[in-house]
Design a protein around this ligand. Sequence first.
Ligand code: ZN
Length: 134
Amino acid sequence: MSHPRPFDPSPVTRPFWEASAQGRFLIQRCGACGAAIFYPRPACNACGSDQLAWEEASGDATVHTFSIARRATHPKFTGDEPYVVAIVELAEGPHVTTNIVGCDPADVHIGMAVRLTFDEVGADGFALPLFQPA
Ligand code: ZN
């Protein structure tokens, strides 16, 4: 798939995108309450603390829910249909909106074990995290 790219990452999201281009998926961990956090934020969504540290996620996840897009939901996806838009639950807990790739969309099911992968690093230096069957 040819995904739209993040535009001008903010200071909060830049570490995530820099790691993603190196094949690493970062989440944040709250130093006050221990919550695992994704997507990148300036403060903990559980307790409000700004004492957040980056850590690398295991890359293991399960499909929480999904939909098969049979018509492109963005002009850049034209020709990729059908494709799977999913919310996966990381082993660390947070949910991630992503695509399931590397399998027939008809084979995707809730509870399916999936594993982190990345699309190619583009000329802009970004790579997007995706998930494939484990
Ligand atoms: Zn917290």
